[in-house]
Ligand binder design. Structure first.
Ligand code: UGA
Length: 441
């Protein structure tokens, strides 16, 4: 099938590459000429394992191309995906749809009769119907007597494992208002349905809300275990054993029960806030989601206090080594990362901070201008009074602990991802604080 993917952001690029891998002819369109020129040279603007190889292979096979010419590719496509950014609007947290509107206005001028316009961007409930109306009006203004349908096909991929998630999803959700549109999208995903991946066919509104409800539920699960972790620390219980003890109950499930410094990234914080905005507009209160948002925000802010407490109540004049800056491993994404709350608070309290991240330092540099970015983890540890693990990158999971201790002024670790065990830290002579587990001194 011929497919246009509008916007080459994270979701657009991964989805476009994966659809071409499924055998479709995909044109990725972006108005940013420099980005398209870079993609045509094989340069991938985001760090995502396996994406560069997949883009190269499908470009080489002629199934994946990049262009700034939206009209030409839209006119030739049966399916046009809108995967533009929907940032949080300042002030109210509601998703800003201006890029979506601009994209569909352009699409309406070129789209062919019978084509399907599909939103892949996360959009508020009702947007699909609004876009259908908007496209209808644009077509009428342009005197184009054709019929175009609008569908919702939300994306559930995770940064760092996006390709695997796209090729082996738990389910594919399709929201549309007529059988023919459902059938067109089902054809696109035929390689998956042949492998028995469940296809969930719903109305547009339901598909749009599935995306928000899914992310809000996962954010709730993380926030719940983080709150239980706080309680564990006070009553001498172990949150990892609790996560295992409850996660083995099939009704609860073991995933997304890792306690940590609070969730970040471009999705959970934005989508939970947007869901509250959607509910407010519908005159409905969502007290659970509301509590999750504020619990997570205050948690990220409180993490610096733990580090200060680990240093005896003050970091004034002390050196803090930070390992991991991105919101999670295997990405260079810094959006809403806990490090952006923790490090400024430590600097404010008089510490100097030496940090390392395997992939995120280029993104981090302008956001954390007063942090010394070091070439490797051991460089960051030199002369440190405390080391803090913020992101659980693999390279930090097997540090040479005697070497770490010898580089530091004093062997104190605050492990916000619970990647070490109390026993190994005790053996290595560390004072060790983690999340929801007993401290070792
Ligand atoms: C999330 C969802 O997992 C995807 O299904 C969804 O498609 C995506 O948002 C989106 O809406 O586009 P992502 O933000 O890439 O994906 O990352 P996650 O792996 O979900 O992690 C989000 C945050 O939660 C990270 O800061 C991570 O450290 C934290 N987390 C996750 C925990 O603290 N504990 C856990 O058990 C799991």
């Amino acid at each position: 099938m011929k497919v246009t993917m509008v916007a080459t952001g994270y979701v657009g690029l991964v989805s476009g590459a994966c659809f071409s891998e499924f055998g479709h002819d995909v044109v990725c369109v972006d108005s940013d000429e420099r980005k398209i020129a870079a993609l045509n040279r094989g340069e991938i603007p985001v760090f995502e394992p396996g994406l560069d190889a997949m883009v190269a292979a499908n470009t080489e096979a002629g199934r994946l191309t990049f262009t700034t010419n939206l009209g030409e590719s839209v006119a030739a496509s049966e399916v046009i995906f809108v995967a533009v950014d929907t940032p949080s609007r300042h002030g109210d947290g509601y998703a800003d749809l201006s890029y979506v509107y601009a994209a569909v206005d352009d699409i309406a001028a070129h789209v062919q009769d019978g084509a399907v316009v599909v939103t892949k961007s996360t959009v508020p409930v009702g947007t699909g119907s609004e876009l259908a109306e908007r496209i209808g009006q644009r077509l009428a203004e342009l005197g184009r007597d054709i019929s175009v349908s609008v569908a919702s096909n939300p994306e559930f991929l995770r940064e760092g494992s996006a390709i695997e998630d796209f090729k082996r999803p738990d389910r594919v959700v399709v929201g549309a208002e007529d059988e023919a549109t459902h059938a067109t999208i089902a054809r696109l995903y035929r390689p998956l349905s042949l492998r028995n991946v469940p296809m969930v066919h719903t109305s547009r509104e339901t598909a749009e809300l599935i995306k928000y409800a899914g992310n809000a539920f996962l954010a709730t699960k993380i926030t719940f275990i983080n709150e239980i972790a706080d309680l564990c620390e006070q009553v001498g219980a172990n949150v990892q054993e609790i996560a295992r003890g409850i996660g083995l109950d099939g009704r609860i499930g073991s995933k997304f029960l890792h306690a940590g410094p609070g969730y970040g990234g471009s999705c959970f914080p934005k989508d939970t806030r947007a869901l509250l905005g959607i509910a407010e507009q519908a005159d409905v209160t969502l007290p659970i989601v509301d509590a999750v948002v504020s619990s997570n925000e205050s948690r990220k802010k409180r993490m610096a206090d733990r580090i200060i407490a680990a240093c005896g109540g003050s970091v004034e004049g002390k050196t803090v080594a930070v390992l991991g800056l991105t919101f999670k491993p295997n990405t260079d994404d810094m959006r809403e990362s806990p490090s952006l709350d923790i490090i400024p608070a430590l600097l404010e309290a008089g510490a100097s901070v030496q940090a390392h991240d395997p992939e995120g330092m280029r993104e981090a540099a302008p956001l954390l201008p007063d942090t010394k970015l070091m070439t490797g983890p051991y460089e960051a540890l030199e002369g440190a009074d405390v080391v803090v693990i913020i992101t659980e990158w693999n390279v930090y999971r097997a540090l040479d602990l005697p070497r770490v201790a010898s580089l530091m002024n004093q062997p104190i670790m605050v492990d916000l991802r619970n990647i070490y065990t109390a026993a190994e830290m005790q053996q290595a002579g560390f004072t060790y604080y983690s999340v929801g587990r007993e401290a070792i001194s």
